[in-house]
Design a protein around this ligand. Structure first.
Ligand code: DC
Length: 238
């Protein structure tokens, strides 16, 4: 069978990226983290003073995108075995995971011109199949014909705790990194859920033909097995 497209959508911080990366490496597919692309555009807007006092300078951001000044790409990192995100040729894998970007990414991702700019690139990346793409609208807008669609969720509290643990680990490893606050992380998760599900363009929504995966009480091992099982059902491989 030809290599298929696997679309993994769902709420923020429910481990989509980790599971998608792992699945891609097990089955030898390319992994694309579309959230990282929206984060990179947000970092661009922050760095260029286009986000001030909760307001976005949409005209300036749209102009820079149209003028080709904003470029987002991935490069495989041999050391980690995973793709790193680049903004205008600079590696920004760490910067895009910081709270300032997390707090501003949802309104940027709601802008129609940002979505069409990134969606176009995502479609091109997956046109020959052999891809595991994670995001919010992959099974509904980017690849509505994907052969395997998964919609992942977990309770907001479970997701906030996972995100908090991740940020805490980073803060312990790097004393200059800010220490997270659980209440703030939970608020961020809930706010992002709301904005992502209520925006006009491509809101976060389960595709009718997507399989639902609630991983609140699953171990990583159980989840990986479930995913491989779904892949096997569709392709007959593994
Ligand atoms: O998966 P993540 O938390 O890194 O995503 C960051 C933000 O980008 C999140 O608020 C939702 C948005 N996003 C989106 O709107 N569409 C996608 N395909 C991927 C992410």
């Amino acid at each position: 069978m030809n290599k298929i497209v696997i679309a993994i959508d769902g709420h923020s911080s429910c481990g989509k990226s980790t599971m998608a990366k792992q699945l891609a490496s097990t089955i030898g597919y390319v992994y694309v983290d579309t959230g990282a692309m929206y984060r990179a555009v947000t970092l661009y807007a922050l760095r260029h003073g286009m986000l001030k006092g909760g307001k976005i300078d949409e005209a300036a951001l749209c102009r820079d995108i149209e003028d080709g000044k904003v470029s987002v790409s991935f490069q495989f990192n041999q050391q980690t075995g995973r793709p790193d995100t680049y903004l205008c040729g600079e590696r920004v894998e760490d910067e895009i995971r910081q709270m300032e970007v997390s707090n501003n990414v949802s309104p940027i991702a709601a802008l129609p011109f940002v979505r069409s700019f990134l969606t176009q690139q995502q479609k091109a990346m997956g046109k020959d199949g052999g891809i595991v793409m994670d995001g919010r609208d992959i099974g509904t807008a980017v690849f509505p014909n994907a052969e395997l669609k998964i919609f992942v969720t977990a309770s907001a509290e479970v997701r906030a705790q996972r995100r908090y643990d991740e940020l805490m680990q980073k803060a312990e490893a790097d004393p200059s990194a800010p220490k997270p606050n659980y209440a703030e992380v939970l608020k961020n998760v809930q706010e992002r859920d709301y904005i992502d599900s209520h925006r006009e363009v491509s809101p976060l929504k389960k595709a009718d033909d997507a399989l639902m995966l609630d991983n609140s009480n699953l171990t990583r091992e159980q989840q990986s097995q479930w995913l491989i099982e779904q892949f096997r059902k569709v392709t007959g491989e593994y």
